[in-house]
Design a protein around this ligand. Structure first.
Ligand SMILES: [Zn+2]
Length: 315
């Protein structure tokens, strides 16, 4: 499926996905075509402000204006990691990037001269999956992104639920009290067992020969490596348990799994689904779906937000 058929006709917009390492910027034209994606390193904030990030957005926007003089973006979508208050338009905190309580929506809008829609990166990717991906036929959906960390986007009755940024942090739900240290300061969080980062770390902690990623751990498990199989099983058990808890609480009709680990396909989905179902009794079983929008889901979600912002659907 092309981006053109995904987004459809509408206003031209800018989309910015400020990641922990890189920032991706995209220009979407009136036909909904993602014309170009530019990737640059994300600046670290040394003073707690978002000034360096916002300054970089203006440079990126100017680049698009120079290269595509016929396209006039009327709004922008900006997504960032960390704790994000969509309603207030504020990036509360991003451990990796050094900012605190930055009013990104207003600052970016002033700098770019267009209305800005602002949200969390995983919620934006979730919006893209919910609107354009395989989960589109359902009203109650959980989108779980499993990569270096784990986070989710929640849709209830067709509406996103974020609770000022605090909802959806399934990666920091405790699976094993007193367990592995987590980046959040806690112990035994799902992310410290079931993320791609954790799989790599836990394997390398005990392995004689190191791996560079979770993919290699899976490859070794398939080749008969007992430690790799054990680490993989612990991860899929933890994810299955976390999903079962989510099902008990939210009863989603569909759970979409995305992020790097979801690329493992059946090797992830089958044990996770089996574990989840083994923990459920009367509950409604959700369908598990593979994320389908692709690596630019965040940018696409940001673009959807920008068009909605322009249309006044969201304030
Ligand atoms: Zn945690």
């Amino acid at each position: 499926m092309t981006t053109a058929s995904l987004l459809g006709e509408g206003s031209a917009v800018l989309a910015f996905d400020v990641g922990g390492t890189d920032t991706k910027a995209g220009l979407i034209d009136e036909h909904g075509v993602l014309r170009e994606v530019v990737r640059v390193p994300t600046p670290y904030s040394t003073d707690g402000s978002g000034d360096a990030v916002v300054a970089q957005l203006t440079v990126l926007a100017r680049g698009f204006a120079d290269r595509f003089p016929d396209i006039q973006p009327e709004a922008a979508g900006l997504i960032v990691p960390g704790l994000v208050d969509d309603e207030a338009g504020v990036g509360r905190y991003a451990e990796n990037l050094g900012w605190r309580d930055v009013p990104f929506r207003d600052q970016a809008s002033a700098a770019l001269g267009v209305p800005v829609a602002f949200t969390h990166d995983v919620r934006a990717a979730g919006t893209a999956e919910y609107r354009l991906g395989a989960a589109g036929n359902y009203a109650d959906v959980l989108v779980v992104v499993i990569g270096t960390g784990i986070a989710s986007a929640i849709f209830l009755d067709g509406m996103p639920y974020s609770a000022h940024g605090y909802a959806g942090e399934i990666g920091h739900a405790v699976i094993e009290p007193g367990g592995n240290a987590c980046a959040c300061g806690g112990n035994g969080c799902l992310e410290s067992i079931g993320s791609a980062g954790a799989i790599t770390r836990l394997y390398n902690r005990d392995a004689a020969a190191q791996v560079n990623g979770a993919r290699e751990v899976l490859d070794r498990a398939r080749a008969g490596d007992v430690l790799a199989a054990s680490v993989w099983k612990d991860a899929t058990d933890a994810i299955g348990l976390a999903l079962a808890q989510s099902v008990a609480l939210l009863a989603p009709e569909a759970i979409v799994l995305g992020g790097g680990l979801a690329q493992a396909g059946a090797a992830l989905f089958e044990p996770v689904e089996e574990r989840m179902n083994s923990l459920l009794t009367f509950h409604r079983r959700p369908v598990l779906l593979l994320a389908s929008v692709g690596e630019n889901a965040g940018l696409v979600g940001a673009a959807i937000g920008a068009r909605e912002r322009l249309a006044g659907v969201r304030s």
